[in-house]
Design a protein around this ligand. Structure first.
Ligand SMILES: Cc1cc2nc3c(=O)[nH]c(=O)nc-3n(C[C@H](O)[C@H](O)[C@H](O)COP(=O)(O)OP(=O)(O)OC[C@H]3O[C@@H](n4cnc5c(N)ncnc54)[C@H](O)[C@@H]3O)c2cc1C
Length: 481
């Protein structure tokens, strides 16, 4: 098989999976009123792989075109080509579909590119799985985090033992029981990849929590319990919440009810040494950061364009402080673009010959972007002001009061219909539940910012800079520069 069509992708979701939302088991996520919008958006992304140039590469095993997000980059040009592919999907979704399939495709490819890290036979398992996903265009969700029960104690010391763990090994595979969070995109994925992220203590009691594997979403015993949808169910028109209605990715707790994971899908088995620091060690984190920094570029470009359009509508862009806010949006965009380019310019091949983007420019985006996005939402609110709540439903453009609406909702530079569309988009992006979830996503999707800051501080090369301080002081003491 090669890249999938949207229709084939939608068909693959009708597999008896257990997606629970609002107290209901959803039998078909492609038709459910809360879930169908994003399913159709996913299908559109898969169709785009067929329709747009630069979305695929030739599979080294089958010779067929396969998704470019699965490429094992050997050159800087490969990284640039992959960025182009990711940017196409991210532009189409305004950077607001964070876990579109390229995210996991890049992460898995990064892990499999360093398969020897996993030891045998697990290294061969992840390599085989990578080839399987690449050749079949598999969409993946993932969970890395134990449920929030008691964050003051290591997982093996919790009084309420809810975290997923290996409870039994059998001839057929290992059996996993318990829960994990958060599986974004679960309703729209074919497989669930479960990998370690938080550090485990290197004690025998922690070994049952040190695992990695991937299984179909429809595996017996696997249940996804989703948060309520952010889609406004009684909207007069989809244009009132244009992004909510198409890009709600779903987030869920995953329950493993004695789930059997076949040995060939096990990548880490009761091994704390392999689990800890896996994403850094394999280089997968840098590849993934390159993917999500591209998402951040698309998202900041989108927020900037929206800011320009709102400010232009009523000529508020003639005021200096408004120009100051628009300049902030420009800085966010150019910051993301510059860091991405720097990560490519300073990329180096790793031991396996995989071209690996430079870490620090991407770490900088990872740490700074949450603040930028939240500020960008604040800027859109500040620019739109009362207009964000004064504009009516798009449905009024075809209602009996259209004459009033056409007259009173126009702006100096926009007719009424365009103004309503623009301001409803701005409301959805900066004010709605969808916006709140986007802001939460940016804060946490890549880990807890507090612990990430600690990790960045520990890994940064501090000595050479401190040496410079001591060297400068020595020279100053000796009366020279
Ligand atoms: C919208 C959204 C989508 C997500 N999607 C995914 C996904 O697809 N896959 C996935 O695996 N995960 C996903 N996540 C989860 C994400 O990885 C976690 O939210 C993140 O790692 C933080 O962990 P936590 O939520 O358990 O917060 P906690 O660890 O419970 O932290 C909560 C607060 O307590 C503080 N705190 C807790 N423990 C400590 C400590 N030991 N030291 C210092 N401070 C501490 C934190 O700083 C933070 O302020 C998603 C999260 C969100 C919000």
């Amino acid at each position: 098989m090669s890249i999938r069509t949207g229709a084939a992708y939608l068909e693959s979701l009708r597999d008896g999976r257990q997606i629970w939302i609002d107290g209901e088991l959803i039998s078909d996520v492609t038709t459910d009123r809360r879930l169908a919008g994003a399913a159709l958006s996913m299908a559109a992304l898969y169709d785009m792989q067929h329709e747009r140039p630069g979305m695929t590469f030739v599979s080294p095993s089958s010779g067929d075109p396969v998704g470019l997000s699965f490429i094992q980059p050997k050159t800087v040009d490969d990284l640039i080509a992959r960025r182009g592919m990711v940017k196409t999907w991210m532009d189409a979704t305004c950077g607001m579909f964070g876990r579109s399939p390229d995210f996991m495709n890049v992460m898995l490819t990064g892990l499999a590119s360093s398969y020897k890290t996993f030891g045998e036979p697990y290294g061969q398992n992840i390599l085989n799985y990578y080839v399987h996903c690449r050749e079949n265009d598999v969409a993946m969700t993932h969970t890395l985090i134990n449920p929030q029960v008691d964050r003051s104690k290591p997982v093996q010391e919790q009084s309420k033992d809810l975290a997923a763990r290996v409870v039994k090994d059998t001839d057929a595979g290992m059996v996993v029981h318990g829960a994990r969070m958060v599986a974004t995109l679960c309703a729209y994925s074919n497989d669930l990849m479960v990998m370690p992220s938080t550090y485990l203590q290197n004690v025998p009691e922690a070994a049952p929590y040190a695992f990695g594997f991937s299984i179909p979403v429809a595996t017996p015993g696997l249940r996804f319990i989703c948060r309520p949808s952010v889609i406004h169910q009684h909207a007069g028109s989809p244009m009132d919440f244009p992004l909510s209605s198409r890009l709600d990715e779903t987030d869920a707790m995953v329950v493993f009810d004695n789930v059997l994971v076949p040995w060939e899908r096990v990548f880490i088995h009761r091994n704390v040494d392999v689990a800890n620091g896996l994403f850094q060690r394999t280089g997968s984190m840098r590849q993934t950061m390159h993917q999500f920094s591209t998402k951040n570029l698309a998202k900041s470009e989108f927020m900037m364009g929206l800011g320009f359009a709102i400010a232009k509508a009523t000529n508020i862009d003639q005021h200096l402080h408004v120009q100051g806010m628009l300049a902030e949006l420009i800085q966010f965009t150019e910051f993301c673009r510059s860091c991405l380019r720097a990560s490519e310019a300073d990329a180096t091949p790793n031991e396996e010959g995989i071209m690996t983007p430079a870490a620090m420019p991407l770490w900088t985006v990872r740490m700074m972007f949450p603040k930028m996005f939240i500020r960008a939402c604040e800027i859109i609110q500040t620019l739109g002001a009362g207009g964000l709540v004064a504009v009516p439903s798009y449905a009024e453009t075809a209602s009996p009061v259209w004459d009033d609406v056409e007259q009173y909702f126009q702006a100096v530079n926009l007719d009424s219909r365009s103004r309503i569309k623009l301001f409803r988009l701005a409301f959805d992006v900066a004010v709605s539940s969808f916006s709140g979830r986007q802001q939460l996503y940016e804060r946490y999707y890549s880990g807890d910012p507090v612990r990430l800051a600690g990790a960045l501080y520990s890994m940064y090369d501090k000595d050479s800079y401190m040496d410079r301080i001591w060297g400068t002081l020595d020279r100053l003491e000796q009366g020279r520069l």
